[in-house]
Write a protein that binds this ligand. Sequence first.
Ligand code: DGL
Length: 269
Amino acid sequence: MHNIIKNQLPIGVFDSGVGGISVLKHLNKLMPNEDYIYVADSQYAPYGNKSAEFIRARSLAISQFLLQQPVKAIVLACNTATAAAAAMLREHFLDIPIIAMEPAIKPAVEVTRTGVVGVMATSGTLQSAQFAALLESYGQGVEVVTQACHGLVECIERGELNHANTHALITQYLQPLLDAGADTIVLGCTHYPFVKDQIQEIAGDKVHLIDTGQAVAKQVHTRLLQVDLLNPMTTQGKLNFYSNSAQQNAEEVISRLWGEHVKVQTLDV
Ligand code: DGL
């Protein structure tokens, strides 16, 4: 396909569920003229406790779905899928930009004053070889304390951002990080920015929370610019949401997280 036509195709964005909408917001803010197709694989969420093999199979199926639409680039708006599947997807789809994400260890190490950085993420991310490599490259000279936050993704998938149960889980997971002296906490899962205010309230305003969404959006922009795939149109882009959630209120949850009512189509992948 000629670039003039190709650059007007949508950008595909996917996550295990609704978490990647936190990344989509940054993408849409930075590049409002682009079209986006967002896929929430909610039926299979959380990815955090699944095998890498399972996550690779889901990531491959969703990427194939996105490429059939077609899309001009794929954003893995999921730390867990990045750790398990980014390398495989890049080997599989050689001619499509695939932009992925990982916990923001480097910026956290740069800003900590206590020398203790906390990382909240899924166990899949924390146990991955990619995360070990990230610590090896950027975590030297500081103490990095990790916390797998089981159950938190499920609360956010259900849209329970302010429930007592969600609050209790956040308190339980934050406390060890605060006790260890962390003054900087990395939100290493794209679902967590949706409870950022709750995390900040419990952690106190002296604790710096780091979310990677904005950095990923900038990276997508840079990458599309490099390969001459930025959309030249100046009109507002279109958004399409897909989900395979079995929840009755899936459209309501997505609309709430997105910030306005959107239609959600059924994903059959
Ligand atoms: N939102 C995802 C992440 O960034 C995955 C959460 C999950 O499904 O466990 O890691």
